[in-house]
Design a binder for this molecule. Structure first.
Ligand code: ARG
Length: 458
């Protein structure tokens, strides 16, 4: 007769709505493979403390592998009473190998089991996410390398500021993602802490070798406190925070490109592959890909904030609230993965309009260079800033660009001006003056490319 795994002390039946409410199998079945991995390691650990004989271990491991294969082949048949992936796998194992299956859970609880599974699952995702992040950085770097010649206005407050190389802007995104990559790697030692062997809360009474388990499963360390081991979900919170920050960077890049792809700017044009049309306005080509990248950032931040609220107020050790860790985590991983691939595709297929960029370069973006010209003649910057500002105002009054002011005009503004002043009004020369590390000159852009390429090889 069918019985819930924990059915011994129960006489009444679960309310059908409660049954569905409690059941997590529909989403936690994505941890099927790691659950099997964890159980195989645990079976081996049980043999080492003589709970299983080597022959039993062999049958148990073969049975677990068979259950894993059913999931992999898509033929695992869930039963009504499978509460979650852990109960489903154990139920199936016993169907395959008989009562011996009932020995697997000796000293183990779903509390240490689920915490172990999520960590294993996330470690696999971290590896995949690292690759996706690198792919995005790579396409930014490749574009930057190919498009070093384009110069456009750099903006602060969305007002034209100073000329920069387009490559420099692309690389600024790459550096945000590079710091995300670094932060992701730093999460790993805190994810790779083994809970298995913590039992339900108090520890394992059969002396299982947890360091053996950690080695078998690729964990870096062992949870030193069982109460903490079963309850800690900081690694999930941290991952969700990390992903939110990635999306902040993603959103900024998307917003820049949305603005730059308007007819008013026209610096870039999105490939048809990443745009959509309007159901009413035939002329429209909308940057939906970028808007979704921007929009998803809100969703991922929401997953993080929501999960923090789940954790807040919990008492110690395992509480069923913790089952609510999985959906935000899975949703964040899925959407982040999609965002990284879409962003990579958008960047790879973008068309750049160098002429539009050039046309947006009005002479006033060289006002800083004009001030710097006088600085090089020994005049204090605070004074030259003022002189340059007056040149801008004068040009505005004359309705001309600052390079169209006469030499007499410049002389009237400051005696330090000499005939070579007109050489300042050269965008290329302006960017090339930025030769200190981090600047927008060609050499410093090339330096950035080299730094990032070295990072991508790690
Ligand atoms: N499905 C549960 C979860 O995701 C597994 C742990 C259940 N433990 C328990 N004591 N009910 O958290």
């Amino acid at each position: 007769t069918k019985q819930k795994l924990w059915g011994g002390r129960f006489t009444g039946k679960t309310d059908p709505l409660m049954h569905a409410f409690n059941q997590s199998l529909k989403y936690d079945q994505r941890m099927a493979a790691v659950d099997i991995r964890g159980s195989i390691a645990y079976a081996k650990a049980l043999t080492r403390v003589a709970i299983l004989t080597p022959a039993e271990e062999e049958r148990m491991v073969a049975g677990l592998a068979a259950v894993g294969k059913e999931w992999a082949d898509g033929v695992f048949a869930p039963q009504e009473d499978d509460e979650d992936i852990h109960t489903a796998n154990e139920r199936r194992l016993s169907e395959l190998i008989g009562p011996l299956g009932g020995k697997l859970h000796t000293g183990r609880s779903r509390n240490d089991q689920v915490a172990t599974d999520v960590r294993l699952w996330l470690l696999d995702q971290v590896t995949a996410t690292e690759d996706n992040l690198k792919a995005l950085i790579r396409v930014l770097v490749e574009r930057a390398d190919n498009e070093k010649d384009y110069i456009l206005p750099g903006y602060t407050h969305l007002q034209r500021g100073q000329p920069i190389r387009w490559a420099h802007l692309l690389l600024s995104y790459a550096f945000s993602f590079r710091s995300d990559l670094e932060r992701l790697r730093q999460l790993v030692p805190r994810i790779a802490v083994l809970p298995l062997g913590s039992g339900a809360l108090a520890g394992n009474p059969f002396g299982v070798d947890r360091e053996f388990l950690a080695r078998e499963l690729g964990f870096h360390s062992v949870a030193e406190n069982s109460l903490w081991g079963v309850a800690d979900r900081d690694f999930i919170a941290e991952f969700l925070m990390w992903a939110s920050l990635v999306m902040v960077h993603m959103s900024k890049m998307a917003e820049d490109l949305i603005i730059y792809s308007t007819a008013e700017f026209g610096f870039v044009s999105l490939s048809d592959a990443y745009s959509t049309g309007s159901s009413m306005m035939p002329q429209k080509k909308n940057p939906d890909s970028l808007e979704l990248l921007r929009g998803k950032s809100g969703r991922l931040f929401g997953n993080m904030a929501g999960f923090m609220m789940t954790l807040k107020g919990l008492p110690s050790t395992y509480n069923k609230d913790l089952q609510e860790d999985k959906e935000p985590l899975f949703d964040t991983v899925d959407n982040l993965t999609a965002c990284l691939s879409i962003a990579e595709g958008v960047i790879a297929t973008l068309t750049v309009n160098g002429e539009k960029m050039r046309a947006a370069l009005t002479m006033d973006v060289l006002a800083t260079d004009l001030a710097d010209y006088l600085v090089r003649k020994g005049i204090p910057f605070r004074e030259t800033h003022h002189v340059s500002g007056r040149a801008v105002a004068l040009a505005e009054a004359r309705q001309c660009q600052i390079n169209e002011l006469t030499f007499a005009d410049f002389k009237s503004l400051h005696a330090g001006f000499t005939e070579d002043i007109y050489a300042v009004f050269d965008f290329e020369a302006s960017v090339e003056r930025r030769q200190a590390i981090g600047g927008t000159s060609r050499a410093m852009v090339e330096r950035q490319i080299a730094v990032l390429r070295a990072e991508l090889l790690k």
